[in-house]
Design a protein around this ligand. Structure first.
Ligand SMILES: Cc1cc2nc3c(=O)[nH]c(=O)nc-3n(C[C@H](O)[C@H](O)[C@H](O)COP(=O)(O)OP(=O)(O)OC[C@H]3O[C@@H](n4cnc5c(N)ncnc54)[C@H](O)[C@@H]3O)c2cc1C
Length: 194
């Protein structure tokens, strides 16, 4: 069955590339696994991110939550390992003991999919007349979600002036077939000296 709509927003996370490909639209997106664990041992320290180790942690109702265990390899969005890897449990545990004096009692550990783009910025805008994409949030999708929702709504409604800055995320800055490496979603880049 075919149905017509005035506008379609494709915000299908890791499935976005395949879904759009079915409609003949190419976007440069790669799903990749990131991991997290919950420790049941009490933790009353601050929230932190160790950029050298690539590990973050924060207090959690059960004790402590830690991540990020990025696997910078394109994952199949229909077939990927949901359980955390042993190396992630071991590495994160070592960092937690070393940096925070926290010896984790792991209650749960899991993986989920994030989506990478060539420049680490999202794809937010029109990819065909009446077809919009909102994907490629690397490891920052929750944090950006409220502003994203407003920006997508404004785009669909054709609001003028457009949401300031949204043009930087225009998917048409790419051809769609770019080759690129997956960068960890927490990595912060600056224009300053190394
Ligand atoms: C372990 C882990 C920790 C994270 N921690 C943080 C954090 O602390 N802060 C932060 O900001 N971000 C974090 N992220 C990243 C965040 O989860 C993502 O950036 C965000 O979920 C992306 O949102 P999304 O809507 O693009 O995709 P998703 O959340 O993946 O949602 C896409 C939805 O589309 C649905 N869908 C797929 N195909 C179809 C289809 N054909 N039709 C209809 N629906 C479809 C899916 O079922 C899914 O519900 C973390 C991710 C992981 C895995």
């Amino acid at each position: 069955m075919t149905r017509r709509f005035d506008a379609v927003v494709v915000a299908a996370g890791a499935h976005t590339k395949r879904l759009l490909a079915d409609a003949g639209v190419r976007v440069p997106l790669k799903p990749y696994r990131v991991q997290a664990l919950v420790s049941g041992r009490a933790y009353d320290g601050p929230m932190w991110y160790d950029a050298s180790a690539g590990v973050y942690a924060r207090p959690h109702p059960a004790g402590l939550l830690a991540g990020d265990g990025t696997v910078p390899v394109e994952a199949d969005p229909d077939e990927w390992a949901r359980d955390a890897d042993d190396w992630f449990r071991d590495d994160a545990g070592a960092v937690l003991r070393d940096r925070a004096g926290h010896d984790p009692a792991v209650e749960r550990a899991w993986a989920g999919l994030c989506t990478a783009t060539p420049d680490g910025d999202p794809l937010l805008g029109a990819v065909a007349p009446g077809v919009y994409v909102a994907a490629g949030w690397q490891g920052h999708g929750f944090m950006r979600a409220p502003a994203t929702g407003e920006a997508v709504a404004a785009l669909v409604l054709g609001d003028e002036p457009p949401v300031p800055g949204v043009e930087a995320f225009d998917p048409e800055r790419f051809d769609g077939d770019e080759e690129f490496e997956i960068s960890e979603g927490m990595t912060v880049e600056t224009d300053g000296p190394d």
